[in-house]
Each structure stands twice: as C-alpha cells, then as structure tokens.
Design a protein around this ligand. Sequence first.
Ligand code: NAD
Length: 504
Amino acid sequence: MTTITDLEAPEARDVRRLAEELEIRTGAWIDGAYAEAASSETFAKINPATGVEIAQVAAGDTEDVDRAVRGARAAFESGVWSRSAPRQRKKVLTRFAALIEDHADELALLETIDMGKPIRDARRVDVPLAAQCIAYYGEAVDKVYDEVAPTDPSAVVMIRREPLGVVGAVVPWNFPLMMASWKIGPALATGNSVVLKPAEQSPLTALRVAELGAEAGLPDGVLQVVPGFGETAGQAIGRHPDVDMITFTGSTEVGKLFLRYSGESNMKRVALECGGKSPHVVLEDCGDLEAAAQAVAWGVFYNQGEVCNAGSRLLVHESVREALLERVVAVAGKIRPGDPLDPKTRMGAIVDDRQLERVLGYIETGRSEGAELHLGGSRVLEETGGYFVEPTIFDAVSNEMTIAREEIFGPVLSTISFTDDAEALAIANDTIYGLAAAVWTSDVTKAHRWGRDLRAGVVWVNTFDAGDITSPFGGFKQSGFGRDKSIHALEKFTDLKAIWINVG
Ligand code: NAD
C-alpha cells in the first residue's frame, strides 16, 4: 500500500484513495483476538465529514466487559506481565511505540475518518505523540527505584510500588489515540492489565492499536479493548467489582458518575481528567499582540475547538481589545473548515450530529443572552453531509453568560474585556473548572504573580497549549484529579506497600 509519506506533496484525492483502502477492525479485542459482542449487537460508525457510515462496530456490554476483565485478571495473576522484569516491559513497550510509528499513516487515516480531525494534525501530532508517550513510559520504567524507610536499624523497611491489578481506562473522542496512550503507557509500564473503552464516536484506532500491542509482545489479556456505549460498557467497567482502578478522561458530568460507580461497587481508585473553560488572559502590557492573537485563535479553534483545555474565554484589557480582536479575526480567517482528508485543511468536522447541535445551540444561547457575534456563528459545508462549524467569536460577553460558564467543546470564543488586573484574575478564577489558563504580559513580576494566582493545573505565560510528555497535565477543581503525562503519572497506577523486616 502506498503511504502518505511516499507521496511528495499529497493531494486530497490521493489521501482519500488511501482512506478508501483502509481495513477497519470492528471487533472487541479480548485475550489476543477480535471478537463480536456477546449480544452480536453493533453500532454504526459515521464519518463526521460526510455523514456516511464507514463501519458497524461491536457494541460491547456487561458480558463483554466481564470477559475482558476476567482475561485481564488472569493475565495479571499469572505474573506474565505484572511480574516481568521492568527491562522486559521496556522492550515490549518500545517495540509497541515503534509499531505505532510504522503504522502512522494508517492510524492517522483511521483517526481522521473516525472523528473528523484534519489528516495533517492526526499524522503530525496525534499519532507521533501517542507513540512517543508509550515509548516514554517504556523507557522510564527500568529507571524508577523503590525506597527504604529511614527506620531504626533493627528493621529494614522496603517501600515498594506495586501495580494495582486491572485498570479500566475510559477515554473521549477528541484525541482518541493520544488519550488512550496517556492511560495505557503508564498503566502497562507499571505492570497492570488494562481494559480500554474508547468513546463510541471514535473506536477505530484503539481497536487497531490493540493488535499492534500484541504484535509487539504484550501477552494475551494484558491489553483488552471493549468498544461500546458509555451507559452500557462504560458503566459496566465503572461498576465492575474486579476492576481496581478507573482512569477516565471525559466530561465532568460523567467523571462524577465514575465516583458514584466506585462508591457503589468496590471503592476502586478513580483518576479523572475532565472538562475545562480555560481563561486566556491578555494584559495591557502584552508585549506581542501578533503572537498573542495567533495563540488565542489556535488555542480555541485547533481540533475544531474540541479540546479540553481550549482557551474558550478570552479576557482582554480594554485598551488592547480592538487591536487584538482584529488580529484574531485575521488568523481565524485562515482556519476555514474543510475536508479533513485534504492535507491543506486546518479545521475539520465536528465529531457527530449531536455535538454539532450542541455547539450551534450554544451559539444561539450566546446571541439570545446578549453577546455580540463578532465572527462566524454558522454551520457550513452542509452540502458535504458533514458536520462543520466555522470559527466563531463573541464579543461583549460577561462571565455570567452561559457561553462563558459552560464547556462548549466547539470552535467558539467568548471575549470578556476588563480594565483592572485584579478584576481579571477574579473573572479568570470564577469557574468550576481549573484545567488550564494562560496570561500574556511583558512584566516578569506579573508573570510570576499570575502563574501563582491562576487556579489551574497548567498555567502558560506568553504561550498557549505548549507541553510535552515530560510535563504533567490535569486539573484543579471540577476539572478532575490525578495527573496524566510525565513521570508523575506512574504514581497513580501503583500502590505503596511497606514491607517491615525485623533484623534484630
Ligand atoms: P463523555 O464524558 O461524554 O465521554 C467520555 C467517555 O465516557 C466515553 O468513552 C463515553 O462512552 C464514556 N461515558 C459516557 N457516559 C458514560 C456513563 N454514563 N457511564 C460510563 N461511561 C460513560 O465525554 P466526551 O464527550 O467523549 O468528551 C468530551 C469531554 O472530555 C469534554 O468535557 C472534555 O473537556 C473532556 N476531555 C478532558 C480532557 C482532559 O485531559 N482533562 C481531555 C480530553 C477531553
């Protein structure tokens, strides 16, 4: 098969042809093989850029989750992975990462037809970062030491980190492969077995990657993938008495359900990466309005605005508001929605018709609550059958309006102006969320002060959405708890055990 990288300057038609040649895996991956759902039920997977069905995927439910957990438990108890030498796990995970890279074109194409993101981003960002994440945890795991407690010399107390057992990973559709890799990388590296449930909107890359994991040498049962709906398969994992931990990324609403599932079942550990309504603050002394405008526009329009940490609230000092907005509109003008399979496209399709209606509903609410529509505001390219929304900017927004309080998860920017920095800080922090925040200033003291005072898990100064695998990611407040990425992610997939040995 020709690959995207074989083509010097791939044209949309070449990429579309490659997409048509894709072989799509549709079964659950359990104990090293694809399987139909026990009920034989399937669900339609629609390409959001065309509205056309591309596959029928196994609709996993309680029985399938049960089977997957049993297999994962058996693998864990056998010790084939959980008690293997860290360097052995490193070897397999490094190979796994290399296989993801080798299949980067295929995975990027799957991601694009599955959830509508531009092929350019899937190929350059999502797939390479997923591979990098798996490799990072593989490489890390034989460099982490346990501890010996500084007790009285009559004892040797080893403080060991042990894997938890069976980890349920439930992930969203906006960065399907990347979110899955943030979970399975550290969970597998520490010796756990994983039952992964991709979002029903975007199961395709997870199903393919499971097979690559097996090819890399993951023993059967160590990585299971059960596609299906949240209320059925997701809930079954959340309530399963033999799942030791849930690592979840998704909405705050569903995150709270997982806390309930845990409390009503076996008190499994829960780590949550939930929603956001991130403030992107531009102070009067912002040194570079051009750079800030680029960051503001890409910070909310990238990935169709379907980004948990999207800078969806622009807080701008009144004195620079007009100049900044003019520049943001100019950048937004270059981010026109288009066919995600066209390598030139910078903004793709909204994931499904439900999300499309949700985004358009918020735009309507913004208008009716008195915000001024400054740019966009409409569904576009309807003739394609796909779900496209143009970059949309509201001005004259107050922080009390619905569009400033609720996560829209679409390409909609709400502009709030201020004249006083203290007032801006209060507005920035006046949200139930605390995933990320950013501030633009040329004053180093202010940069530090805002870095300290913004209540968010990640704060950017004079940039937006910067990060790499070495930097922890996760939220304060109702954006969740627990951190993905970085060496700290290893902690939550292990339990501390103190072994007290009396040496007299
Ligand atoms: P969602 O909460 O609807 O779904 C996430 C996952 O939970 C899916 O796999 C879904 O099937 C499952 N689920 C849904 N209902 C469930 C239920 N009743 N019981 C058990 N499982 C259930 O979120 P989404 O719409 O897929 O994704 C968008 C959300 O994800 C946004 O709120 C976004 O902010 C958040 N997100 C957060 C991060 C982060 O790192 N903090 C990253 C990406 C996305």
